[in-house]
Design a protein around this ligand. Structure first.
Ligand code: LRH
Length: 519
């Protein structure tokens, strides 16, 4: 079969990209077509996503991807897939009725802004909801950790729901993009599970939770699973963009689902029945295990673990840890204050300041909102117990009880992350009643952070396999390739394809306690 091209639309909380995926004889090649920034904007008193700007970038990206495919002799795009961060949604009105009296697909108006999960409208809402349905019951029904930003709590805080015209729909961000592309309204399964309203045992909504959240069942579009075809690009749009009427295929539209699919676990591990241990490292660090079933147990609830649906019926038993958000938001503060910060330089400096001095709790919800992050981390940092910090000494040389320089602050963040990863993986294994695996896969943009990878390997005492960096786009493309019959269906085939397509770097635990700067 000849090589062909697909496009992955992959939206992250700080940046988005449209990637061309070339599927060629058992290999995937990723070619960046268009990258763009994504920022939180303040509108109508809320933190929002600039959906119109994102949609303009996506259209540009698709046109660019099409051009790239044609230049490379691959013909038009064979399909398109969309993923983004989880939990956020848009509201769309009914499709307008055309001159011939039938609804025009894709013509429904977006009703208001897409409010971002870091907005404060959900403050206290999870507690309010727990008075209607206990936390234990919610967890047993859904398996989903009760994070303040879950869609269900956003919906309870959404005063627009009461005034929606008949025929409106709630569409998760990737589903909203899918609707703009095709005119079809669906809810993709992996992302649906992050709403906190989907059953952990069946592919259906939990009526009791919808009712308690005040959500009309009719607002929810029918479910669609990764690999199923959503529709085709609307003819008017295809002609404006100069691309063909390509199929749009549902992928793991929750970015973390796509990223974990692209964790390049070895066939040997699969044979030994060892679950894949991973960190999907980006704005968030999602640490856990991929399992065949969920663990919606009391201990899992107590430990703050969640059970998110993955591709092919898998579950991700994982914990949300504030990841590179802590670093990127700190940098944003320093830049707002006039400093020029280069991440590479900063990490290098962080590798050479003394370690083991300060800790924060990167799972603390206090780090959720944006703004003044460096100050907040500084204030939260505690000296590592058992260490003397010489505060009793006099003179300018004395060491402070708080990290002071950006390098010290970043060192504190990374060491705290590594220890939280260690505890998180141990807890995941305890919950799943499995031994600690011999290998941890770090995928996503954060996998480039050599210092953090080494700290993680040292904290856990196991091998850290770093990469691929563009795991989410690769997972997105792999599901499209399989839907187009370019990858065999059996379990593990996608991971073999990924392994054949990427370069990985392995970090072994160092014998000395002092972590290396890079490897
Ligand atoms: C990562 C992510 C994560 C969710 C959060 C809202 O991008 O999708 O899995 O918990 O964003």
């Amino acid at each position: 079969s000849s090589p062909f091209a697909v496009a992955a639309i992959d939206l992250g909380a700080t940046s988005g990209r449209v990637m061309l995926g070339v599927v060629d004889h058992g290999r995937l090649e990723l070619v960046p077509a268009h990258r763009f920034e994504n920022r939180l904007v303040r509108r109508g008193g809320h933190l929002c996503w600039d959906l119109d700007a994102l949609w303009a970038e996506i259209r540009q990206g698709l046109a660019d991807a099409h051009d790239l495919a044609v230049v490379r002799g691959l013909g038009r795009l064979s399909s398109i897939g969309v993923d983004s961060w989880a939990v956020d949604y848009g509201l769309v009105g009914p499709d307008a009725v055309g001159a011939d009296g039938t609804p025009v697909p894709g013509s429904g108006e977006r009703l208001g802004e897409v409010i971002a999960y870091r907005d404060s409208r959900t403050d206290g809402v999870a507690d309010e909801f727990a008075r209607k349905v206990s936390r234990e019951r919610q967890f047993a029904l859904t398996g989903i950790a009760q994070q303040p930003f879950n869609t269900i709590y956003q919906l309870l805080a959404d005063d627009r729901l009461a005034e929606l015209p008949a025929g409106s729909a709630l569409l998760m961000v990737p589903d909203l993009i899918g609707y703009l592309l095709t005119g079809e309204r669906r809810t993709e399964l992996t992302n649906a599970s992050t709403t906190g309203m989907l059953s952990v045992t069946a592919r259906e909504w939990v009526p009791e939770l919808l009712e308690a959240a005040g959500v009309d069942r009719a607002l929810l579009a029918p479910l669609i699973a990764p690999g199923e075809q959503l529709g085709t690009v609307r003819p008017e749009l295809a002609s404006v963009l100069g691309i063909g009427e390509a199929p749009v295929i549902a992928v793991g539209s929750h970015d973390t689902a796509s990223a974990v699919l692209a964790a390049p676990a070895s066939p040997a591990a699969a044979l030994e029945n060892a679950p894949v241990a991973y960190i999907s490292s980006g704005t968030w660090s999602l640490i856990g295990l991929e399992l065949a079933g969920a663990v919606p147990s009391g201990p899992a609830l107590a430990a703050g673990f969640t059970n998110e649906r993955g591709i092919d019926g898998t579950f991700r038993v994982l914990k949300n840890v504030a990841g590179m958000w802590l670093v990127s938001e700190s940098i944003r503060q320093w830049e707002d204050e006039g400093a020029q910060v280069d991440l590479g330089d900063l990490l290098e400096a962080a590798a050479s300041v003394p370690g083991g001095r300060f800790r924060i709790d990167p799972t603390d919800p206090a780090f959720l909102p944006p703004g003044q992050m460096a100050d907040r981390v500084m204030a939260a940092a505690r000296p590592v117990t058992g260490e003397q910090h010489g505060d009793h000494e006099d003179g300018p040389e004395r060491r402070s009880a708080h990290p002071r320089s950006p390098a010290e602050l970043v060192r504190c963040i990374l060491e705290s992350l590594a220890e939280t990863y260690r505890d998180g993986l141990h807890t995941a294994c305890r919950l799943a009643e499995l031994p600690l695996p011999s290998r941890l896969h770090v995928v996503g943009g954060g996998s480039r952070n050599a210092l953090l990878n080494q700290l993680t390997a040292d904290a856990l005492g196991i091998e850290v396999v770093a990469g691929p960096m563009e795991a989410t786009a690769l997972g997105n493309i792999a599901v499209q390739a399989r839907a187009l019959s370019a990858v065999p269906s059996p379990d593990g085939a996608i991971r073999e394809l990924i392994r054949a397509s990427v370069d990985l770097e392995t970090f072994s635990p160092s014998s000395t306690r002092a972590p290396r700067a890079s490897a």
